[in-house]
Design a protein around this ligand. Structure first.
Ligand code: COA
Length: 249
């Protein structure tokens, strides 16, 4: 269990808080493992009806820990990151995210598996996979063009352009933009509202809204295979080393 993930259950909502602010909540294998277990256990437990993801310290997440990409690259479906993505993509629970500041890489792609995402005006969604010598993950190569159209998804996934909150809302990624000081309370209220709904009807409604889960899982598996290979490519290793070795201005 990672100390960098805070877990708390309240009023039917499991709060999963990324809590590694000195590293912009960058996600390590241990953090993914804790989140995967927290999601699986919540889905099997019965008390929890909704999950709320947020980040501590004014950021959502800087994405996968780049040092981990170099030292401990995920390989195979049992790798914590892939276990987390599988638990996320197949969760029958209502999933809510509160996004403040940077949401890089998986910080953005995981939002396509959330049912509601509320963001502060300073939210910035960025998927620089190609610039890192990588490919999309979390079925984002399917879900992003489907949500926002190919033209905007190509700007994000191919050019690596970030979307600020307003544009992300227009692109259909966000359920709402709320002032930063109201973000936690708003997202919590929405998650609690979902948790208080008739449980079976909510669960069935979510399943009906995702009519072809096998398609998503198949794309995710294909991406994971190419992603794992890309992690070992010279262009990816050079990009990771450049980030790790960069000097601060
Ligand atoms: N992996 C490892 N460390 C990371 C990280 C990541 N993904 N994101 C941030 N950090 C660390 C930095 O190395 C730095 O650590 P240090 O203080 O020990 O040097 C610390 O977090 C603060 O980062 P910094 O870049 O100074 O903060 P910032 O507010 O100026 O910028 C980001 C924040 C997220 C825009 C920037 O850190 C960034 O681009 N991170 C990498 C994003 C990325 O490519 N993720 C992988 C996606 S697949």
């Amino acid at each position: 269990m990672s100390d960098h993930i805070l877990l708390r259950d309240e009023e039917g909502v499991r709060h999963i808080t990324l809590n590694r602010p000195d590293k912009r909540n960058a996600l390590t294998a241990a953090m993914y493992a804790t989140m995967a277990d927290a999601l699986t256990e919540a889905a099997n437990g019965g008390q929890v009806r909704a999950v709320l993801f947020s980040g501590a310290g004014g950021f959502f997440t800087g994405g996968n820990d780049i040092g981990d990409f170099l030292a401990n690259p995920p390989q195979g479906p049992d790798a914590p990151v892939f276990r987390f993505l599988m638990a996320l993509a197949t969760s029958p629970l209502a999933l809510v995210a509160a996004v403040e500041g940077q949401a890089v890489g998986i910080g953005t792609t995981m939002l396509f598996h959330c049912d509601l995402t509320y963001a502060a005006p300073n939210a910035r969604l960025h998927v620089p996979f190609v610039d890192l010598g990588l490919v999309p993950e979390a079925a984002s190569s399917l879900l992003m063009p489907r949500t926002m159209g190919h033209a905007t998804a190509a700007r994000m996934l191919m050019l690596g352009e970030p979307l600020e909150a307003e544009e992300a809302k227009q692109a259909g990624i966000l359920s709402g933009i709320v002032p930063v000081e109201a973000l936690a309370a708003t997202a919590t209220a929405k998650a609690r509202a979902l948790a208080a709904k008739p449980a079976e009807a909510l669960r069935q409604t979510k399943a009906l809204m995702k009519p072809n889960p096998q398609e998503v899982l198949a794309v995710m598996a294909k991406e994971a295979e190419i992603f794992s290979r890309s992690l070992r490519s010279p262009e990816a290793i050079a990009a990771f080393q450049a980030f790790m070795g960069r000097s601060k201005k």
